[in-house]
Design a protein around this ligand. Structure first.
Ligand code: XMP
Length: 512
C-alpha cells in the first residue's frame, strides 16, 4: 500500500485542492467523508490526517463532526480553518464567532519556531476565509503565529503532533503554502517521495494483471485523454487480452479517426476494433435540429453500435473505463458546499445496466493532471495527453441546425484551421478549448466579382479550470485575422467569421 495522507472532508470547496497539493509533493492522498470511523482510517495506515475546511460553524446544529477517536490514533493531524476549529472544539478550546470576518489576503507573523514553518520567513502572505475563530487554546497547545485578527492563527501541540491553521495553505493566494504542506508531509508525518507516475505504472500493471488473470477486457476508446491513457495502461499490463472499440460516428474532427488508428492500432499494436458507423448516426440525425434531441439520438445510437461491436469482439469479463478520482469522491451534502451541487453534469455512464461486466477503472484514484503525467510516462504523444476536451456528441453540437455531410465538411475544415493556427501560434495548449462552430445563418458576401450567399462560422476560445465556468480568451488580433482570412479563403461554403465573446455563465462553452 502507498504511504498516504488521509484528508477528512468537511465540505470545503478546497478539499480536492489539498489532495492535489499533497500529491504534487509525491505523496499519495485519499479524501474521505468527515465522519469516516477511526477504525476504517486506521486500516489504511495513513502517515497523517488533514481535517479540511468547511462552510459550517462547529457549534451549529448538525455541523459535520469527525469520529473523535480520530484525534487519538497517535497520528499527526493538521486542521485547516474549520479543521482547526474542530481541534479546538474537541480538545478543550473555545471558538467564537469572529467579530470581524477575515476574508482574503492577509499577513501571518510567525512568533515561535515550528516544524510547520521550517525554512519560511517570519512573515508570509496567507489567504483567509473564516468567520469563527479560536479564542481559547485547547489543552497542550501553544500559539505559533498571529494575524491582524487572530492571536491563534496557527497553533500546535508538538507532543501529540497536532497542528491547526486558520488560513488556507492549499490555495495559490498563499504563495508559500506549498512549503507548509511539504513540511507537514515530509518532516512531521515522515513521508517519502514515493507517489510518482513511474511507480504507479508498475503498481497498476501488477494490479491489472492480478485482477484480470486470463480474462478479456473491452474498452471504448474515444481518443480523448482518459480513455487513451486507460487503454495504454491496460495494454501494457495484458496486451492482446484487451480489445479497444473505436466508434467513428461521423461527427469527429478532421483526421481524428486516422490518428487513433495509427497511434493505437499501428504504433502501440493494440487489438483495435474500428467501427465505421457514420451513416447510422447521420441517417438518424437527418432533419433533427433540436439540441437535446440530437444528443439523445447520438447517445442511443452509440449504445446500439457499441453493443453490436462488443458482440463481435467476443466474450469479455471486464469493461474498462477511464473514470477519474473526482468522479468517485463522495461529496459532502451540506449547505454551502459548492461541490455538493456541482456533480457529474455530462459524464453519462452510457451503457445500459443489464450489461453484465465487471468494471476495470485503473485511473479511478488519479486526478486529471496525474492522468496526463501517466500518459506521458506510457509514451503517449503530447497531442493526445494534452489535448483539449471534445464533447461526446462531437461536431453535431457545434453545427446549429441540420447535421449533413456537407455542413460537417465545412465545419471540419474550419475547425482544422482554428486548431492549426492555435498550435502554430502557441495558444492551443494555453487555453481550455478553442474550436469553430457552424451557424445556420447565411449572409451575403463578395468573392472576386461574384456575390456569395454562404454560412457563418463562429470561433470560440475559452479558458477554464474545470469547464464549469469559463472566460472567453482575448486572442491577439493578428491571430484572429489569420484564422478568419484562412477560413473565408480556404473553406468552401463559408464567407463570414464571428468571434464568440460570451463567458460561462450565462452562456455555455458549447453552443448546443
Ligand atoms: P458546456 O457546453 O456545458 O460544456 O459549457 C462544458 C464542458 O463539457 C464539454 N461537454 C461535453 N463533454 N460529453 C462530454 O464528454 C458531452 O455531451 C458534452 N457536452 C459538453 C464541453 O466541451 C466543455 O468542455
Amino acid at each position: 500500500m502507498n504511504e498516504q495522507i488521509v484528508i477528512l472532508d468537511f465540505g470545503s470547496q478546497y478539499t480536492q485542492v489539498i489532495a492535489r497539493r499533497i500529491r504534487e509533493c509525491s505523496v499519495y492522498s485519499t479524501i474521505l467523508r468527515y465522519d469516516t470511523p477511526a477504525k476504517e482510517i486506521q486500516r489504511l495506515a495513513p502517515k497523517g490526517i488533514i481535517l479540511s475546511g468547511g462552510p459550517a460553524s462547529v457549534y451549529a446544529e448538525g455541523s459535520p463532526k469527525p469520529d473523535r477517536r480520530v484525534l487519538s490514533l497517535g497520528l499527526p493531524v493538521l486542521g485547516i480553518c474549520y479543521g482547526l476549529q474542530i481541534l479546538g472544539h474537541f480538545l478543550g478550546g473555545r471558538i467564537d464567532r469572529g467579530l470581524q470576518r477575515e476574508f482574503g489576503k492577509g499577513t501571518l507573523w510567525v512568533k515561535k519556531s515550528s516544524p510547520l514553518f521550517r525554512g519560511l520567513p517570519k512573515s508570509i502572505q496567507v489567504w483567509n476565509s473564516h468567520g469563527d475563530k479560536l479564542t481559547k487554546l485547547p489543552k497542550g497547545f501553544e500559539p505559533i503565529a498571529v494575524t491582524e485578527n487572530s492571536d491563534f492563527a496557527v497553533v500546535q501541540d508538538l507532543k501529540r503532533h497536532q497542528f491547526g491553521l486558520q488560513f488556507h495553505p492549499e490555495v495559490v493566494h498563499t504563495p508559500q503554502g506549498r512549503k507548509v504542506i511539504e513540511n507537514f508531509v515530509y518532516h512531521i508525518c515522515g513521508c517519502g517521495k514515493e507517489w510518482t507516475m513511474r511507480n504507479y505504472v508498475g503498481q497498476a500493471v501488477e494490479e491489472i494483471r492480478e485482477r484480470v488473470g486470463e480474462e478479456k477486457v473491452i474498452l471504448g476508446l474515444s481518443g480523448g485523454v482518459d480513455s487513451s491513457v486507460a487503454a495504454a495502461l491496460i495494454h501494457k499490463a495484458i496486451e492482446k487480452q484487451l480489445t479497444c472499440i473505436f466508434v467513428n460516428n461521423g461527427l469527429l474532427r478532421a483526421r481524428e479517426a486516422d490518428a487513433v488508428r495509427n497511434l493505437f492500432g499501428r504504433n502501440f499494436d493494440m487489438r483495435l476494433q474500428y467501427e465505421s458507423a457514420a451513416s447510422d448516426f447521420l441517417k438518424k440525425l437527418k432533419g433533427v435540429t433540436n439540441p437535446e434531441r440530437k444528443r439523445k439520438i447520438i447517445g442511443s445510437t452509440f449504445i446500439k453500435v457499441f453493443q453490436a461491436a462488443m458482440k463481435r469482439a467476443g466474450k469479455a469479463k471486464f469493461l474498462a473505463q477511464g473514470t477519474l478520482y473526482p468522479d468517485v469522491i463522495e461529496s459532502v451534502p451540506i449547505a454551502g458546499n459548492p461541490a455538493a451541487l456541482i456533480k457529474s453534469h455530462h459524464n453519462v455512464g452510457g451503457l445500459p445496466k443489464n450489461m453484465k461486466f465487471e468494471l476495470l477503472e485503473p485511473l479511478k484514484c488519479l486526478f486529471k493532471d496525474e492522468v496526463r503525467l501517466l500518459g506521458e510516462e506510457l509514451g503517449l504523444p503530447k497531442e493526445v495527453v494534452h489535448r483539449q476536451p471534445f464533447p461526446g456528441p462531437g461536431l453535431a453540437v457545434r453545427i446549429l441546425g441540420d447535421v449533413t455531410r456537407e455542413r460537417l465538411r465545412i465545419l471540419r475544415e474550419a475547425d482544422a484551421i482554428v486548431i492549426e493556427e492555435m498550435k502554430a501560434n502557441d495558444w492551443y495548449y494555453k487555453v481550455w478549448q478553442s474550436f469553430a462552430v457552424l451557424l445556420p445563418v447565411r449572409s451575403v458576401g463578395v468573392m472576386g466579382d461574384e456575390r456569395t450567399y454562404e454560412y457563418t462560422v463562429a470561433v470560440r476560445a475559452v479558458e477554464s479550470k474545470d469547464g464549469m465556468t469559463a472566460d472567453w480568451v482575448k486572442l491577439p488580433s493578428d491571430l484572429l485575422e489569420r484564422i478568419s482570412s484562412r477560413i473565408i479563403n480556404e473553406v468552401g461554403g463559408a464567407n463570414r467569421v464571428c468571434l464568440d465573446i460570451s463567458s460561462k455563465p450565462p452562456a455555455t462553452i458549447e453552443w448546443e
